[in-house]
Design a protein around this ligand. Structure first.
Ligand SMILES: [Fe+2]
Length: 268
């Protein structure tokens, strides 16, 4: 895939659960994103979770092992709204940060509905970033606070640049502020910056925004029914494009912990 990731198309009738997990794990570690298209995927959430347990330890949430990602009737958090979701990494407010995400698309939005999942390969971004920019980013630490209205929330403190817990490569950890064009964004996080003067924050944010959406290392995955996406949560940041309210969009997501599980350094 361009600019990163690999795609595998199923032969007719081929099952997801027949694929060798160790080979998939190596593919995600190498390419950071794996798209499996056309495979037969278990229809029940519990069956998907059972397959995921072959990978290792599944991260449990208050709702269980499988998040059903759908627009809610009356959402209280942007996750369950149809708004965009800014770039972030999963588990940033939790005791452990999952190594991988497994997404299964049960129902994809129509081609005009929006709702792509966005991914940025921050290892490549940092590899090719301007050295002056890197120097400035290296000094910055961000404190995030968000209300616990659904299954996550609290406070996290993270430098912008953090080592990948498995490969040791530098990664960018950043939860981008919601765009100002979306004043109705539900449950806005608050940001506090250290290592950069208050007067320089707007420039810092503009630089980050430009870097994170650079097509050389960033992509928007338009879902098709049945797609399974495996992603490296430590190397990538991800988000969502806005979609038409009430458009069909149903994803399942499971988090896989590393071995050993990665204790969240942002909780201090
Ligand atoms: Fe997420």
């Amino acid at each position: 895939m361009e600019p990163f990731g690999v795609r595998s198309r199923a032969e007719r009738g081929q099952r997801l659960t027949e694929l060798p997990v160790p080979a998939l794990r190596e593919l995600v570690r190498t390419h950071r994103l794996v798209l499996l298209r056309g495979y037969e995927v278990p229809a029940e959430a519990e069956q998907l979770a059972a397959w995921c347990r072959q990978w290792g330890e599944v991260m449990s949430w208050p709702f269980g092992d499988v998040l059903e990602l759908r627009e809610a009737q009356d959402p209280t958090d942007h996750i369950f709204d149809c708004s965009s979701v800014p770039f972030h990494w999963d588990g940033m407010y939790k005791p452990f940060v999952p190594e991988f995400q497994v997404f299964h698309c049960l129902r994809a939005p129509g081609p005009e509905d929006g709702g792509a999942t966005t991914f940025c390969d921050t290892v490549r971004l940092l590899d090719e970033a301007d050295p002056g920019l890197l120097d400035r980013w290296r000094r910055v630490t961000v404190t995030y606070r968000i209300g616990q209205v659904v299954h996550y929330g609290g406070k996290a403190v993270s430098p912008l640049l953090v080592e990948h817990p498995v490969s040791g490569a530098p990664t960018l950890r950043f939860n981008a502020p919601p765009p100002e064009e979306e004043p109705d964004f539900l449950n806005r996080p608050a940001h506090e910056f250290a290592g950069v003067g208050a007067e320089d924050v707007p420039e810092l944010l503009a630089g980050l925004r430009a870097a994170l959406t650079d097509p050389r290392w960033s992509l928007a995955h338009a879902w098709q029914d049945g797609d399974v996406v495996l992603a490296d949560n430590h190397a990538l940041l991800h988000g969502r494009e806005r979609f038409r309210s009430r458009a069909p969009r149903h994803l399942r997501r499971v988090h896989l912990l590393g071995d050993p599980a990665h204790a969240n350094p942002a909780l201090g």
